[in-house]
Design a protein around this ligand. Sequence first.
Ligand code: GLN
Length: 518
Amino acid sequence: MELMELTALELGTAIKKGRVSVKEAAQAALDRIAAQSSALNAFITVTGERALDRADKLQAGVKDAESPLYGVPMALKDNICTRGVRTTCASKILGEFTPPYSAAVVDKLAGAGAISLGKLNMDEFAMGSTSETSCFGPVKNPWDPERVPGGSSGGAAAAVAAGLGWYAVGSDTGGSIRQPAAFCGVTGIKPTYGTVSRYGLIAYASSFDQIGPICRDAADCAAVLDALQGKDPRDGTSLEGQYGRLLDRLTGDVRGLKIGLPADCYGDGLDPEVRAAVLAAADTLKSRGAQVTELPFPVMEYVVPAYYIIAAAQASSNLSRFDGVKYGRRADEYGGLDDLYRKTRTQGFGPEVKRRILLGTFVLSAGYYDAYYIKALQARAVIKSGFDRAFEQCDLLLTPTAPAAPPRLGTSLDNPLQMYLGDVYTVSVNLAGLPGLSMPCGFDSQGLPIGAQLIGPHFGEEMLLNAAHAFQLDTDFHRQRPKDSICRDAQRVPARLETLDHRPGAQCAPQREGGGPA
Ligand code: GLN
């Protein structure tokens, strides 16, 4: 049995039945990480010894385990705090930060018998769509190492696609779970805002940020989400709700489900191959009994500007805590408090983060607040009501996840506006706090994966996962894997760090426990 071919749930079953030991699974993942991860640059920190220790402890409990994911190795995006393991946000300013506590989701996963293999590379502070803004250098797409894996959870999506662990947990502020899932040919879901605790997630834009799973298929996503979701008193935006087991409700029955195709998501700017693949996905769902209809969705022109204004405003406020006093890095030499702040932040943040802080400070400043920030909040309300109207006519919406194939490494950073426009299909979902899922729905003529996005009403996770599961019963796009030889060969593709990293000072260095490079 090739362990890496299994889904997380299949591995969980094999462990439960005693066909595979927890340690064998962990060791198999660590061996692959050792062989491939530095080429893909998917991990920032690998915690191999911890993982193997934990595997030993978990083995004793296999018989009594209730979680279907018990003993299944996984990894966490590096903006999710882990007690005793450094958590960098892929930023120099937190390069050596080791949190004294774990995020709520980390404790929940531990309770479900998860084993963490380490921390995954990402865009700095989750700001970006290509995973190139990391101070650890860019992540490469396992399907084509000359391409980006998407962002900001690019390490997570690349790791799952390349079989460096069975699932990953990422975060999504404006598409960072769904878009990398699409670019790497895996399945990812951003849950309804407030259903997964943000306690211990390093904040980017608090009114959008949500944690969620990136997996091989929808069933795995359901199982991981079952472990993650629930009310948490430590997060003031966490919602009470009926959090039943999603996994038990995956019937694959979509008869009578009304799926809307928002006409404004299929217009200019959409790559024809992506359009064809997503419309073919609609046909597949139709053949299983869903009703597919087109509907107007006349709010798309507002989504990118509204998102980037609000996200930057919240980022500028959230990131003010990184001042060299309380967390992480402090400038070595400074003359007084103002100079300490200035030098620490100048040296610690990369160019994209600085751009967001400047933009956010600008839109919040007196004189511009009404013209930009308030306007963006008004646009957000209009977008929300656009979704309300759409969900009067249908149960789910189907759109592309991204308008085109993953760009080549190094081509996006000099054109941030172009990169922001690539988020057009995902950010609206965060503006409205809705759940959204990306599933693989085909490959383009260059062999690159294409993702389709399903959007549901608040608490519509069950419908989303069930529709994706139904689709995956009839298709095998989610079962395709990039070739190992391509992943290993990623080493030959230069990371072009000298052009990607405009920052002063040394590179951040990926880490293995004990000090060696990851
Ligand atoms: N690409 C978007 C941004 O840069 C979304 C990032 C995310 O979801 N974290 O803000």
